[in-house]
Design a binder for this molecule. Structure first.
Ligand code: HEC
Length: 176
C-alpha cells in the first residue's frame, strides 16, 4: 500500500510538472509571437512617411534644393548658363551694365535679336567682316579689341548664357 501510494503521488507530480511545462511553453510562444508581430507592425508604420506640407509646399522640397532644381527647369538652365558665363565670358564682360574689356551685357537681348547674338558669340569676326554696321561700330568703339570666338558653342548654351544675364539683372533689381 505504502509503495503504491508513493507511486501514485509520484505519478501525480509528473503530470503536474508536465502540465506546467506545457503552460510555460504555450505562454512563451504567445509572448514571442506578440513581440515579433508588434515589432514588424511598428517597422511598417515607421516606413510610411507622410509628406508634410508647409504653406502649400512639400517640406521635402523645401529641405532638399536638388528637388527644387529638378522641378524647376529654369533653375537648372540658369546654373548651366551661369557656369558657362563665369567660365568663358566673365573675364571680359560683366552681367550688369558696367564695362570690363567688353561692354556690360545687361539688356543685350533688347539691343540685338537672338539670331544675331548666336552668330556673334559663335564668331564675332565673321559678323564684323560680313559688314554688319552695329558690329563694326562696336568693334571700333572698343578699340578693335577682338572678342574670342566660341565656334563650338551650341545654340542652347548661348541661350542659357543670355538667360542667365537676364535673370541676374532681374535679381539685382529685386534687391533695393
Ligand atoms: C577676350 C575678351 C572677351 C571674351 C572672353 C568675351 N567677349 Fe564678348 N565682347 C568683347 C569685346 C571687346 C566686345 C566689343 C566688340 C568688339 O570689340 O569686338 C564684345 C561684345 C560682345 C557682345 C555685344 C554686346 C553689345 O552690347 O552689343 C556680346 C553679346 C558678347 N560680347 C557676348 C559674349 C559672351 C556671351 C561671351 C562668353 C561666351 C563673351 N562675349 C566673351 C570681349 C570679349
Amino acid at each position: 500500500m505504502e509503495i503504491d501510494f508513493f507511486k501514485m503521488t509520484n505519478h501525480n507530480i509528473y503530470i503536474k510538472i508536465s502540465k506546467l511545462i506545457y503552460k510555460i511553453v504555450i505562454a512563451t510562444s504567445v509572448l514571442f509571437f506578440l513581440t515579433v508581430y508588434t515589432f514588424f507592425q511598428k517597422q511598417k508604420l515607421d516606413n510610411i512617411q507622410e509628406p508634410q506640407f508647409y504653406c502649400g509646399t512639400c517640406m521635402d522640397e523645401m529641405n532638399n534644393p536638388r528637388i527644387i532644381e529638378m522641378n524647376n527647369p529654369n533653375l537648372i538652365k540658369n546654373v548651366f548658363g551661369e557656369t558657362l558665363f563665369k567660365n568663358n565670358c566673365s573675364q571680359c564682360h560683366n552681367a550688369d551694365a558696367s564695362m570690363v574689356v567688353g561692354p556690360g551685357l545687361a539688356g543685350v537681348k533688347e539691343r540685338r535679336d537672338e539670331e544675331w547674338l548666336i552668330k556673334w558669340i559663335q564668331n564675332p569676326q565673321k559678323v564684323i567682316q560680313s559688314g554688319d554696321k552695329y558690329a563694326i561700330n562696336l568693334f571700333e568703339k572698343f578699340n578693335k579689341t577682338e572678342m574670342t570666338a566660341f565656334t563650338n558653342f551650341r545654340e542652347e548654351e548661348i541661350l542659357a548664357i543670355l538667360e542667365y544675364i537676364d535673370e541676374y539683372n532681374k535679381s539685382q533689381r529685386a534687391i533695393p
